[in-house]
Design a protein around this ligand. Structure first.
Ligand code: GLT
Ligand code: MN
Ligand code: MN
Length: 393
């Protein structure tokens, strides 16, 4: 019997792709499409052929072109449903395209034109209905056009208030229609706007508590987005996770300081993606792992399949490395050693404030010279991590 591939993905891994990811035709700002366009149903079959995929996500207009006739819409939905049935692939997430059409050239929910804002909300309401038709539970908001090139053009405080007004309305719409959506906000520092308002996941974590329904709102961080700005993505995800707000995640890769690359997951930053996998595994993240990336412009559709398979395989490989790291006695011994001092009286006093505890803490003998001399074997710890990643340990 052939040996089971330990890195083979399965639907239980909750890997998902977007119609816009595997269906990306390879256009960029300097050149047109290089791959022929596939229909939504064809893309579902492509994912079915890759194997192990749990779900496919879409923007309203990935599925139904913005100017489709009712007859065309009905046919597309019928074909898409048939492909989903044939492959067993689900639709866990949906979103709205609030960035491609010229109407959104100055933003959607933050546009200076109140009727453009109303149109953006109307388009989202229709897209939420479309998502529900296919069983989507998470609704993503990526405000790619919500920003400015020049701050002479828009008041940033007013923009935040407009954004809030639209989201509050849509939360209430989901509730009143019993849609049961969870909203997940996706930050990005720039591209396509010169400056996007909600630049980081942390911006959204600050914004969510100001909403009327914070309980149904969380975040959808994307690896490439914090990385573009030279920030540590893992730390952003950790803060969201700790706050119970990690509703969805976009996995891909990116070199800092470059254009929005959306490379295959794990293709650039092995180490950062290892620590991301470790974070999600250690803290038992149960949501979807969405690969928001596209194949190189040189790829044909057989290479697109290799790209999709590679994304999932890389996660599974990193998963096995996390297991190795967590079982490594030397590493775990060092981790135990560096997290020290927890059973001492001052540390205990710190855990819960009391007047007596504060008094005890003030009186505690904490010798800073001695504390500073305690060893921190971080060089060793990092080298051991590298050796696991390189497969020599
Ligand atoms: C677009 C963007 C992504 C978002 C998608 C959802 S659209 O491709 O670059 O990061 O997740 O709107
Ligand atoms: Mn991106
Ligand atoms: Mn994304």
């Amino acid at each position: 019997m052939a040996k089971r591939d330990p890195f083979a993905p399965s639907p239980a891994d909750h890997f998902t792709f977007g119609l816009w990811t595997v269906g990306n035709p390879g256009a960029d700002p300097f050149g047109g499409p290089v791959r022929g366009k596939h229909s939504p149903a064809e893309l579902v079959h492509l994912l079915g052929e890759v194997g192990g995929v749990y779900g496919v996500n879409f923007h309203d207009n990935d599925l139904i072109p913005i100017d489709a006739t009712p007859a065309e819409e009905a046919q597309i939905k019928k074909d898409f449903k048939k492909a989903l049935r044939a492959t067993g692939i689900k639709v866990p997430m949906a979103t709205t395209n609030l960035f491609s059409d010229p109407v959104f050239k100055d933003g959607a929910f933050t546009s200076n034109d109140a009727e453009v804002r109303a149109y953006a909300v109307q388009k989202t309401m229709n897209a939420m209905k479309l998502g529900k038709e296919f069983g989507a539970k998470t609704y993503v908001f990526w405000g790619g056009r919500e920003g400015t090139e020049s701050d002479a053009t828009k008041d940033p405080v007013v923009a935040t208030q407009r954004f809030r007004e639209c989201i509050n309305f849509l939360c209430k719409y989901s509730i009143s229609e019993k849609m049961g959506y969870k909203f997940a906000f996706e930050a990005k520092p720039n591209e396509p706007r010169g400056h996007i308002y909600m630049a980081t996941t942390g911006n959204y974590l600050g914004f969510i508590p100001t909403l009327d329904h914070p309980e149904m709102c969380g975040v959808n961080p994307e690896f490439a987005h914090e990385t573009m700005a030279g920030l540590n993505f893992v730390h952003h995800v950790a803060q969201a996770l700790e706050a119970g707000k990690l509703f969805h995640i976009d996995l891909n890769d990116q070199e800092p300081g470059r254009y929005d690359q959306d490379f295959r997951f794990g293709s650039v930053n092995y180490k950062a993606n290892f620590f991301l996998a470790k974070l999600l595994i250690d803290y038992k993240y149960k949501g979807m792992k969405h690969f928001d990336s596209h194949a190189y412009r040189q790829a044909d559709y057989s290479e697109v399949k290799a790209f999709a398979a590679g994304s999932m395989r890389t996660w599974k490989i990193l998963e096995s490395k996390v297991e190795k790291f967590n079982k490594d006695r030397k590493i775990q011994g060092l981790i135990k050693k560096i997290n020290r001092g927890g059973n001492t009286a001052p540390a205990k006093a710190l855990r819960k404030f009391s007047k007596a505890g504060a008094k005890a803490l003030l009186a505690a003998d904490l010798d800073r010279t001695k504390l500073a001399k305690r060893p921190l074997p971080y060089e060793t710890l990092d080298q051991l991590t590298l050796e696991i990643l390189m497969g020599v340990r």
